[in-house]
Design a protein around this ligand. Structure first.
Ligand code: HEC
Ligand code: HEC
Length: 192
């Protein structure tokens, strides 16, 4: 008995082996679950925050990219509301003096993609600013959106007309991350 009293901990382990092991298992499981929560849920939340709330989604439709990216930057759907995209697809030839030569099925597929991802449904910060600034109007150019015009107030027409830029419509000339949907001023490099 003296032996047992001197080592009470050993005594407990020895005579309560099952409950002790069960307690340990429970602790291990709790630990595993909380670690799982931490490593799965937190990064997913951070990611959602990053991509959807702040930035526009890059173009994900290969047909749109190929057909509408043939002459200029394939503009991100979130740069205009769906009403604008309808007008543009109905009138592109007439508006811009070029015949895009696309068949009706392709045109329909492109329109579905554009209106399914248009600015009014976007959670991107800049799409919200675009929607606010057009005040219900449906511009057929991104470069006609008041918010976009204001942001380029200080860029002179000489700069837009540079050979290396071409025009205001050529977003990718200066916005190095435009294809990724990022228009942060930190990523602007105006070519010489
Ligand atoms: C054959 C060449 C060509 C193709 C193909 C083409 N575009 Fe264009 N697009 C142009 C030209 C040229 C302009 C601009 C003309 C100007 O600056 O006045 C333009 C301008 C635009 C603009 C306005 C840009 C701005 O200044 O804000 C949008 C939006 C646009 N196109 C969308 C599309 C979509 C959507 C498609 C696919 C259905 C498409 N384009 C296919 C030639 C083309
Ligand atoms: C000649 C180069 C050039 C072209 C072309 C250009 N931009 Fe910009 N953009 C700039 C500059 C410079 C700024 C201002 C950066 C600053 O505020 O410091 C800017 C700002 C912006 C901003 C606001 C960024 C912010 O942080 O507030 C948006 C959005 C934007 N541009 C979108 C576009 C889109 C869309 C196009 C194409 C239709 C385009 N830009 C074409 C140079 C350009």
């Amino acid at each position: 008995m003296v032996y047992v009293n001197m080592f009470p901990y050993w005594n407990e382990v020895k005579y309560t082996k099952e409950p002790f092991a069960a307690k340990r298992l429970k602790q291990a499981m709790l630990c595993f679950i909380s670690l799982g929560l931490f490593f799965c849920i937190i990064p997913v939340m951070a990611c959602a925050d990053h991509d959807e709330e702040h930035y526009m989604k890059p173009v994900s439709n290969p047909v749109y990219k190929q057909v509408c990216g043939a002459c200029h930057f394939a503009y991100l759907p979130e740069l205009l509301p769906s009403g604008s995209w309808r007008l543009i697809l109905d009138n592109h030839g007439q508006y811009f003096g070029t015949d895009t030569g696309i068949d009706m099925n392709t045109k329909d597929a492109i329109l579905q993609y554009l209106i399914g991802n248009a600015a009014e449904q976007s959670r991107a910060k800049r799409s919200k600013k675009i929607m606010k600034s057009i005040r219900g109007n449906l511009p057929t150019r991104i470069t006609d959106i008041p918010y976009i015009r204001e942001k380029h107030d200080e860029v002179s027409s000489d700069v837009f007309n540079r050979k290396s830029v071409g025009s205001f419509s050529n977003c990718v000339a200066c916005h190095t991350t435009a294809e990724q949907g990022i228009f942060e001023d930190d990523n602007v490099v105006i070519p010489k």
